[in-house]
Design a protein around this ligand. Structure first.
Ligand code: SF4
Length: 386
């Protein structure tokens, strides 16, 4: 059960089994039949809340193989969690009734894993023909329900040159939050390292191009990179999740629990190149298993953050905050800032809108885009749709 000092997030792995057989799966070595019992999951939920965790996550394997997931999401909301997240391949969400049931139960955030923007690449890596189509239908169902949606994009040899176009594909579909995930070489990814692996220095310029595109589209804050140290993200060094604390506790179906930050400390290595790096205090280095395969070739310390180049704006994209603001005004138009904030708390689309300052800056950005009008009345700003 959770420690006395609260983590920000508590993640419950509900099962190791999955309806896919992805060529990069890090859990492929784990007991596929292992499940966290309903009673244990409920115990974790209540103890995590009692310990002060702010967010609760469900993952697997594939957590949607659990028919009790709606009941668990509802239990998490009843326990007082405002943010209840599911990590999934999304296939089962192609059933609109299940998607709606989860939303009604109180799920607020859904994170999908995608491997490309085509069935050829995605299905080729999942080992299941039709999986891309199903996961995409699941994504569309959850977007339509206006839950907060994120796409985790797993980087492999098959997609790294197309990260920008993949990002655009999902942004065009309405996704505004992404994590570019460089794989770790365990489970099937260790077995398939030669076939699917690509070194970080090779990925680096393509990741930067994807981040350029997101910035040009006004979604600079919406894309992060995991398992990619700052030196591999020139101009976007601080987009590396690796320099921040996960502040997350994970509970597994085998009864184990671990602190993600302690795990990262054990698995990462710094090299001689890190000595002269601007990020040497915050960056834990590179995964040891990566180094066994690719070594330090191509790494250079960050002496100063790389300059960002001028970009031509890519219009037409909205951040999660902006979408939430528009949804609020679609429900109730011509309202003051405090009411926007009040209604925003009822919409899971975005869970970042915690104060009036955020509302003001988001509203101003929408005024500039010509989507919202702001007037001043009775010492208050009044916001309305244009
Ligand atoms: S500390 Fe090492 S791994 Fe981390 S950003 Fe600097 S050079 Fe790269």
């Amino acid at each position: 059960m959770p420690e006395k000092r609260a983590k920000d997030c508590y993640e419950i792995i509900l099962n190791h089994g999955c309806d896919l057989a992805c060529g990069f799966c890090s859990q492929a070595d784990f007991a596929p039949g292992a499940k966290t019992s309903l009673e244990d999951a409920l115990r974790h939920i209540h103890a995590a809340k009692k310990a002060g965790c702010r967010r609760l996550g469900f993952s697997g394997g594939e957590a949607l193989l659990r028919s009790d997931l709606p009941a668990l999401a509802a239990a998490a909301r009843r326990a007082g969690f405002d943010i209840v997240r599911l990590q999934t391949n999304g296939m089962k969400l192609s059933d609109p009734a299940l998607a709606a049931k989860l939303a009604a139960a109180g799920l607020t955030v859904c994170k999908f894993t995608f491997l490309g923007r085509s069935a050829k690449v995605h299905d080729g890596l999942t080992g299941a023909r039709g999986s891309f189509k199903k996961s995409l239908a699941g994504l569309d169902n959850i977007l339509a329900l206006k839950l907060a949606v994120g796409v985790n994009l797993l980087i492999t040899r098959r997609n790294y040159r197309r990260l920008k176009t993949i990002l655009k594909f999902f942004m065009d579909r309405g996704v505004s939050s992404f994590v570019l995930i460089y794989p770790i070489y365990v489970g099937r990814m260790a077995v398939n390292a030669k076939k699917l692996g690509v070194s970080l220095p090779k990925v680096s310029p393509y990741a930067a191009a994807a981040l350029d595109f997101a910035r040009a589209a006004g979604l600079d804050g919406a894309v992060k990179a995991l398992n990619m140290p700052p030196c591999m993200l020139p101009g976007y060094e601080r987009k590396s999740v690796d320099i921040y604390k996960f502040n997350t506790m994970v509970a597994s179906p085998l009864g184990k629990r671990w602190d993600l930050d302690k795990n990262a400390e054990m698995e990462r290595r710094r090299g001689p190149v890190c000595r002269g790096c601007l990020f040497r205090k915050d960056c834990l280095g590179v995964d040891a298993r990566y180094l066994e395969i690719f070594g330090w070739k191509g790494f250079e310390p960050v002496r100063a953050p790389a300059a960002r180049r001028e970009l031509k704006p890519e219009p037409g994209y909205l951040s999660g905050l902006e979408k939430c603001f528009l949804e609020v005004l679609a429900r109730e138009n011509a309202i003051p800032t405090a009411r926007v904030l009040e209604l925003a708390r009822q919409i899971p689309l975005c869970h970042d809108c915690k104060d009036g300052t955020r509302v003001l800056s988001t509203g101003e950005s929408l005024v500039k885009r010509g989507l919202v009008e702001r007037t001043f009345k009775g010492a208050k700003f009044i916001w309305r749709l244009r």
